[in-house]
Design a protein. Structure first.
Ligand code: C5P
Length: 234
C-alpha cells in the first residue's frame, strides 16, 4: 500500500497525505473550570498545546485541523502560531457532539488526503510510538486502527442496580485515541451518525478496524486529579 511504513514527506509527488484532526471542542464540565477543557492550564500552557505540539513534531503527520469550542477558534489559532506549529492548516468551530466536531473538521481536510488520524485534545500525553503503531496497521491493510489496553477489573453489565451479566474481560479492551483511518472510509462513516469514538462509526459502516497496544499515559483528562497526574509526567 502507498502509505505503508512511510513517514511524512517521504513520497514525492503525493502531496500532504496524513492529516490529524484534534477534537478539542468539548466543554469539560466535570473539570469545573471557567474555560473549556482544551484551554485549562497544563503546566504553563493550555491543555490543547501538548497534543498539538506532539502532532506537529511527529514524523507521521503532515497537517493538522483543530475543532475548537465555539468562540475559542482564534485563541486556538494564536496558540498554534505561538508554538510555531506550521502544520496547523485550519481551526473549525466544533459541533454539539464529538462526532459532529470531527465531521466539521473533516470538511477542511482535502479530498486527496490518504489517512486521517483523530485525536482527543483531552489526551495530552501522546507518544510518537502509538502514532507509529496505528499508522503502521493501516499499511497492513486495515481500514482503521485504534490503541487499546487490557482491562484489569471484572466488568459487569447492569440494568439499574441489578447485575445481569459478567463479561469475559479477556475479550474486552479499553480504547483510546489517536485512531487512524483511511480518509474515504472515515468520511463515509461520519455521515452515519453519532458515537463516542470514530471507530464505532467506521465499524457501523462495515469498516475493518484493528486494535494495537495503547499506552496508559494516554489517559483522558476528565478530573482535576487526572490533570495533575498528566502534569507530573511532563
Ligand atoms: O466528551 P468526551 O470525553 O467524549 O470528549 C472527548 C474529546 O472530544 C475531547 O477532547 C473533547 O474536546 C472532544 N469533543 C469535541 N466536541 C464535542 C464534544 C467533545 O471535539 N462536542
Amino acid at each position: 500500500m502507498l502509505f505503508a511504513h512511510r513517514k511524512s514527506g517521504h513520497i514525492t509527488g503525493q502531496g500532504t497525505s496524513t492529516w490529524a484532526v484534534v477534537a478539542a471542542a468539548g466543554s469539560g464540565e466535570r473539570l469545573g473550570a471557567e474555560q473549556p477543557k482544551a484551554f485549562v492550564r497544563l503546566g504553563e500552557l493550555p491543555l490543547l498545546a501538548e497534543s498539538v505540539r506532539r502532532l506537529e513534531e511527529s514524523a507521521w503527520v503532515d497537517a493538522i485541523v483543530i475543532a475548537a469550542p465555539p468562540g475559542w477558534e482564534e485563541p486556538a489559532i494564536l496558540l498554534a502560531e505561538e508554538l510555531g506549529c506550521g502544520k496547523v492548516s485550519a481551526c473549525v468551530t466544533g459541533g454539539a457532539t464529538r462526532a459532529e466536531s470531527v465531521r466539521l473538521a473533516l470538511a477542511e481536510v482535502p479530498e486527496d488526503a490518504v489517512v486521517v488520524v483523530v485525536h482527543d485534545a483531552a489526551r495530552p500525553f501522546l507518544p510518537e510510538e502509538v502514532l507509529e503503531r496505528v499508522l503502521t496497521a493501516l499499511g497492513e491493510g486495515w481500514d482503521g486502527a485504534v490503541p487499546g489496553l487490557p482491562i484489569a477489573d471484572t466488568v459487569k453489565r447492569v440494568e439499574g442496580d441489578r447485575v445481569v451479566e459478567t463479561l469475559d474481560r479477556s475479550a474486552l479492551v479499553i480504547v483510546q485515541t489517536p485512531q487512524a483511518f483511511l480518509a474515504p472510509v472515515l468520511r463515509r462513516a461520519v455521515e452515519l451518525g453519532e458515537g463516542t469514538d470514530c471507530s464505532s462509526l467506521v465499524e457501523r459502516a462495515g469498516g475493518r478496524v484493528t486494535v494495537v497496544p495503547g499506552d496508559p499515559r494516554l489517559v483522558k483528562v476528565t478530573t482535576k486529579a487526572e490533570l495533575e497526574l498528566v502534569e507530573s509526567w511532563l
